[in-house]
Design a binder for this molecule. Structure first.
Ligand code: NAD
Ligand code: WQD
Length: 352
């Protein structure tokens, strides 16, 4: 494929969604330049991305809070656009350390926007989240739903959306796409890259796969008294490769100079319950996964799934992978990498 003459800075590019997006970018002919401080990722993910793509990727170990180093990347970079993934994302941790979240996510984004403004790089794709819809009054959720938040992490996404909107309406050169992800799941079909929580997983899917492989004794299901198909929470799980492709669609739409600030839901439009996901992973792994029902988790909502039709209409993107694909790929990643990107010990080699 002819390379697209477009050097795109990817902040957070060694993380879960960033690494999958970098793979798709290379395949689509873009030149990704990764910036990451590795606070929640590792160089091994970059090495694996290079293995999958067969390309060497430019990497900068830079913290968005370090304005001098950030400027150097822009000064020497010939960057045309930015995809901004970098941020902290653990809801529970954000309740304990809100200032850390405001500093890292909000100040980090303001620094990035200042550099972009200074070096006249005014094309931005930002990782927002369905968390900005708070407790939705109905489902499916469209982009014009009222916005609210239940935790400091969510507040950073809400504020950053507002900041980007203000910046883009101050100067008609800006071209911003804000992607509201629903629940990313799964891994690259090669099994080489995937989600690698550094601690006890906060999210459902890595918790399920770690329980299936025996790293966790039992899955706690947070409530079975919601008004859903089986009482457990319903979410719009989206394969991370589909999500990554949503960024390619956004980049291509920016190349057409679609100026302003645009919001899109990236979801499948279909919700699955916690129990449905558990049983699908049992099928994919061939393992019985122990679980128990415990109290609801504070701040959780019953049902949350997208109406993704705006992204299809305007970006030509829609999810194509299904629940079986997500579970198969999540299990392949987990079983081939029981320790994530950490080396496998002799004992673990015996795990199937
Ligand atoms: P991740 O933690 O795997 O990736 C984020 C990356 O950003 C990490 O590699 C981390 O090292 C880097 N980073 C954090 N702070 C930084 C800083 N100050 N300077 C430089 N690098 C920094 O998370 P992810 O799941 O890939 O999420 C990517 C983005 O998508 C985040 O903004 C997250 O809030 C958003 N998002 C994630 C989900 C989800 O469920 N995974 C859902 C909705 C939105
Ligand atoms: C999904 C369902 C839980 C873990 C979070 C953030 C959101 C976004 C995506 C970044 C819920 C249940 C979970 C477990 C369980 N992230 N669950 N046992 O809460 O929809 O969204 O991640 O933007 O901001 O809030 O995702 O994976 O944590 O939970 O029963 O051990 O699984 O109650 O119903 P959530 P999740």
């Amino acid at each position: 494929m002819e390379p697209i003459d477009d050097r795109v800075l990817v902040t957070g590019g060694t993380g879960y969604i960033g690494s999958h997006t970098v793979v798709e970018m290379v395949e689509a002919g873009f030149t990704p330049i990764i910036l990451d401080n590795l606070c929640n990722s590792s160089m091994e993910s970059l090495r694996r991305v290079e293995e999958i793509t067969g390309k060497q990727i430019e990497f900068h170990n830079v913290d968005l809070l370090d304005m001098n180093k950030l400027e150097e990347v822009f000064e020497n970079g010939s960057i045309s656009s930015v995809i901004h993934f970098a941020g902290l994302k653990a809801v529970g941790e954000s309740n304990k350390f809100p200032l850390k979240y405001f500093d890292n996510n909000i100040t980090g984004t303001v620094n990035l926007l200042k550099c972009m403004d200074k070096y006249r790089v005014k094309n931005l794709v930002f990782s927002s989240s369905a968390t900005v819809y708070g407790d939705p009054h109905k489902v499916p959720i469209t982009e014009d739903f009222p916005l609210s938040t239940t935790n400091p992490y969510g507040r950073t996404k809400l504020y950053i959306e507002g900041i980007i909107e203000d910046v883009s309406s101050s100067d008609s050169e800006w071209n911003c796409i804000l992607l509201r992800y629903f629940n990313p799941a799964g891994a690259h079909p090669s099994g080489k890259i995937g989600e690698d929580p550094k601690d006890i997983p906060n999210n459902l899917m890595p918790y399920i796969t770690q329980t299936a492989i025996g790293k966790r004794p039992i899955l706690n299901i947070f409530g079975n008294d919601y008004n859903t198909i089986d009482g457990t929470g319903v979410r719009d799980f989206i394969h991370v490769v589909d999500l990554a492709k949503g960024h390619i669609a956004a980049l291509k739409s920016m190349l057409k100079r679609n100026k302003g600030c645009h919001y899109y839901n990236l979801g499948t439009g279909r919700g699955y319950s916690v129990l449905e996901m558990l049983h699908a992973l049992e099928k994919a792994s061939g393992k019985k996964i122990p679980y128990q029902i415990v109290a609801r988790r504070k701040g959780d909502v019953g049902s949350c799934y997208a109406d993704p039709s705006k992204a299809f209409r305007e970006l030509g993107w829609k999810a194509t992978l299904n629940q079986d694909d997500m579970c198969r790929d999540a299990w392949r990643w987990q079983s081939q990498n029981p320790n994530g990107y950490e080396p496998i010990t002799e004992n673990e080699q015996k795990i199937p």
